[in-house]
Design a protein around this ligand. Structure first.
Ligand code: DGL
Length: 268
């Protein structure tokens, strides 16, 4: 098979990875995508490293059945804990969201004070801190987990008083640290960007890992000479491990367009 025609595999703990799919669709409109959302076992952000790595290995195995030419780990939590293990076990190129987000923040910051927000597991992993410091050891990194952001987004409460109060509570400590750049280190957070921007003010640039990751995917495909022909019409397939109802209901908010058919996979 011509590898340029093979799809890109994307996995996430659930629905949030559609923000990364959206960015890939915008950046690489001829690429077909197979998406795997592990909705039966979400959230990953509250789980241990061992569990996150185990689930991630299984997710890659699922995507490999489709002959994918590369795999994107849309989930920040999974990228934080599982990427090195996945790269050790599988030959297919695997792209996580941490390094692209970290690199964008390093390019962005002027005062070398960067904030990172994410799930408990992502923040505990120290993955963003390590990636930033590897690129520029002079940068000071301030981190904050925001566990209530994921349920707020899934409830569709993207603006309004409650979301703003929660954001204020989480983000005040970062404001005090005078950061000028903030990494939205979770699939769901781009949907809260305008609330987060209200709280942080215009002096803080928000870095969306999803968009940066799509650029990195392009780079990997160009490097491997497997980028799809621009005249090809792409095919998108979506798989989830639990009832697709919720995925269908709110997925379009993450994807920015209607999703179409969502297929259920059993055994997870
Ligand atoms: N996809 C996860 C992430 O980006 C958020 C949801 C979860 O906790 O599984 O970290």
């Amino acid at each position: 098979m011509n590898s340029a025609r093979q799809p890109i595999g994307v996995f996430d703990s659930g629905i949030g990875g559609l923000t990364v799919v959206k960015a890939i669709m915008e950046n690489l409109p001829s690429e077909s995508i197979v998406y795997f959302g592990d909705t039966a076992r979400v959230p990953y952000g509250t789980k241990s490293k061992m569990t996150i790595v185990k689930f991630s290995l299984e997710n890659v195995e699922f995507l490999l059945r489709f002959g994918v030419k590369c795999i994107v780990i849309a989930c920040n939590t999974s990228s934080s804990w599982a990427l090195p293990t996945l790269r050790k076990y599988f030959k297919v190129p695997i792209i996580g969201v941490i390094r692209p987000g970290a690199a964008a923040a390093v390019r962005q910051t002027k005062n070398k004070r960067v904030g990172v927000i994410g799930t408990n597991a992502t923040i505990k992993s120290g993955a963003y801190d390590a990636a930033i410091q590897q690129l520029d050891p002079a940068i000071k990194v301030f981190t904050q987990s925001c566990p209530l952001f994921v349920p707020l987004v899934e409830e569709g409460w993207l603006g309004g008083d409650i979301s703003r109060h929660v954001a204020q509570r989480y983000l005040q400590p970062l404001l005090r640290q005078r950061i000028d750049t903030l990494i939205l280190g979770c699939t769901h957070y781009p949907l809260l960007a305008s609330t987060i921007r209200q709280v942080m003010g215009p002096g803080v640039a928000l870095v969306d890992s999803a968009r940066q990751t799509a650029h990195e995917v392009r780079g990997v495909l160009v490097g491997a000479d497997t980028i799809s022909d621009s005249r090809r019409k792409p095919r998108y397939r979506f798989f989830v491990t639990d009832e697709p109802t919720q995925f269908n209901r709110i997925g379009h908010q993450f994807l920015g367009q209607a999703i179409g058919t969502v297929e259920r996979v059993n055994g997870y």
